[in-house]
Design a protein around this ligand. Sequence first.
Ligand code: URA
Length: 435
Amino acid sequence: MRTVDIIEKKRDGKVLGSEEIKFLLEEYLKGNIPDYQISAFLMSVYFQGMTEEELKYFTTEMINSGDIVEFSGTHKFLVDKHSTGGVGDKTTIALAPILAALGMGTAKLSGKGLGHTGGTIDKFESIKGFKFSETKEELIKLVTETGIGIMGYSDKIVPLDKKLYSLRDVTATVSSIPLIASSIMSKKLAVYADAIILDVKVGTGAFMKNYEEAKKLAETMYKLGKQFDRKIACMLTNMDEPLGNAVGNSLEVIEAIETVKGRGPKEFQDLVITISAQALKMKGDVATMEEGKRKVIEILESGKALQYLKNFIKESGGDPKICDDYSLFEIAPEIMQYHAKKTGYISKILADEIGKVAMMLGAGRSKKDDIIDHSVGLIMKVKVGDYVKKDDVLLEIYHKNNLTQNIIDIVENAIEYSEIKIEKNPIIFAIIEGE
Ligand code: URA
């Protein structure tokens, strides 16, 4: 088999067989095919796409490039909820204890944040003493005992993705739907969970800015999950403005704890309840989303989910008292209140710009090795659609005397006003599930 023939076939829109895809990816991983040939192949995929069969073979090779993680012996229905990333996305922190209280388990690998979006690992590390599992055995023990198993990504899982992603990044091929779908799904499929729930974020703060493209991605990943015989649901959710009110690590964890107590910001609370109900439906515990939501609300009112969260924090080395005493979090001492420049309806709060501000304050990384500051961030006091008067407080910036005019200008440009009434954005646009 010759690499050039495979590239030519893809370039001309012909369908590749499993052996050709296997050859290409295996030999590339071994270092026997140079980057320039794979670059040409990726560009051909960018223009020609992949058939469902091709994508299945491609994803299979991705999965098989590294370790497969299975959680045998946990005796729980395991859920892996994955978000494509957004600003203020603390969903896993609130969701995992709720699922645990509902008798399910969370088993997932989470990432560190990069750029304007944060990572679950960083957020939990706002809790003093908190340490993540480092081995699969520790993770299994934790999920068995607490119902919550979260671990950082390991280089041993889908190593091919890292290699391909670096190349996609410099060859303008990141935004190819089949390449994104196989990249995300291979990492989900390599770690065994009974149900995969994908939260595909759409909007200014998301990886996918455009609804039609996001829908295509969600449908592609959904079909791929089905091809691998996995229970899967995909949600398309709003990331045109930050999720909830808090952006920044400690502030977000506090908001997630409030949500577990049933007191979270409305749209964030709705999102968490809907995902939990979806998980119950996939497990077969309820027949409808309405029934699932009622069950989730009962659990929230019982206080059980908070107990699971406390237990998880304790078993991970943190002090569970932090859930009742937020002064145990490190919070930046300086708070700047940002006031409305006009009277009117808030028509836009650009999530990517707010995420950028949080990053510039120190809450996120612009480079992989940056050290983050868990104490800084923002609290939004308004959402899109709210009516405000000039000089009302729109948001608070928690900082450590590192607030610059440039940061304030970014905030100013991120917020738009309208004299005409603006409808509130829905949090969930669509759910793809079933057959
Ligand atoms: N996230 C991933 O993991 N892979 C992609 O290709 C894009 C987003």
